[in-house]
Design a protein around this ligand. Structure first.
Ligand code: DC
Length: 221
């Protein structure tokens, strides 16, 4: 049994999980797994290789052989085959493809071990959709972050603009709704809180408040 502690932070897009997870990891000196980035890179790779999403074994084979590196061209960067794809994976296309490949069971299986490999001492903060339910069911702490659709769309909008990526708020809102539906309704590892997860609604909370709450929960766990 792996005794390295994991803090699982799940939730829909824009719930704040990426920011919160990286702050918690930094504070505790833990590693960080942004599992969404793995799905995003796989989505972009499928697009570049013209891999049909209906061909699940081709998608899974691509997933198994992906050359992904984190931090190669700076902190928080993501590379595919040695090329920095940090911006490409955050575009609308990256979001859409990630949500679509995420619904393919064989692709999830292929990415499973890669996610487990992030569990190294002294600990791991893992953010995604199924960290607490499927990938790390024995996590020391499971947090499920939510926020209203409007608040999440607005956060995504600000994030994209800050990165120099064009964005239109009503279109983001519509896309977010569609991705929420797809991520929650899929049969394999749907987006839902683990039974033992602590649910935090971040709509009206600052990042600092949420970080404090999660750290308190971890101390008490
Ligand atoms: O967390 P994110 O917005 O970067 O995730 C992008 C997409 O990837 C999301 O719409 C669904 C998919 N995903 C998933 O299916 N399972 C995860 N653990 C993480 C992300």
């Amino acid at each position: 049994m792996n005794k390295v502690p994991v803090i699982a932070i799940d939730g829909p897009s824009g719930s704040g999980k990426g920011t919160i997870a990286s702050r918690i990891a930094e504070t505790l000196g833990f590693s960080l797994l942004d599992s969404g980035a793995l799905y995003r890179v796989l989505g972009i790779a499928c697009h570049r290789h013209n891999t049909a999403l209906s061909d699940s074994s081709a998608v899974a084979s691509l997933a198994r052989n992906l050359d992904i590196q984190f931090g190669l061209s700076g902190e928080g960067s993501v590379s595919l085959d040695g090329e920095d794809v940090s911006l490409a994976i955050r575009t609308d296309l990256g979001s859409d493809m990630a949500s679509k490949v995420g619904a393919i069971e064989a692709a999830r299986e292929a990415l499973f071990q890669r996610q487990l490999d992030f569990r190294v001492a002294p600990g791991l903060v893992a953010d995604g959709r199924d960290m607490g339910t499927t990938v790390f069911p024995d996590a020391a702490l499971k947090i499920f972050l939510t926020a209203s659709l409007e608040a999440r769309a607005e956060r995504r909008y600000k994030q994209l603009i800050a990165k120099g990526i064009d964005a239109i708020l009503p279109a983001l809102l519509r896309d977010l709704k569609e991705r929420d539906r797809r991520d929650s309704e899929r049969t394999v590892s749907p987006l839902k809180p683990a039974e033992d997860a602590i649910v935090i609604d971040t709509t009206d909370l600052t990042i600092e408040t949420v970080v404090k709450k999660v750290l308190e929960c971890y101390s008490a766990a």
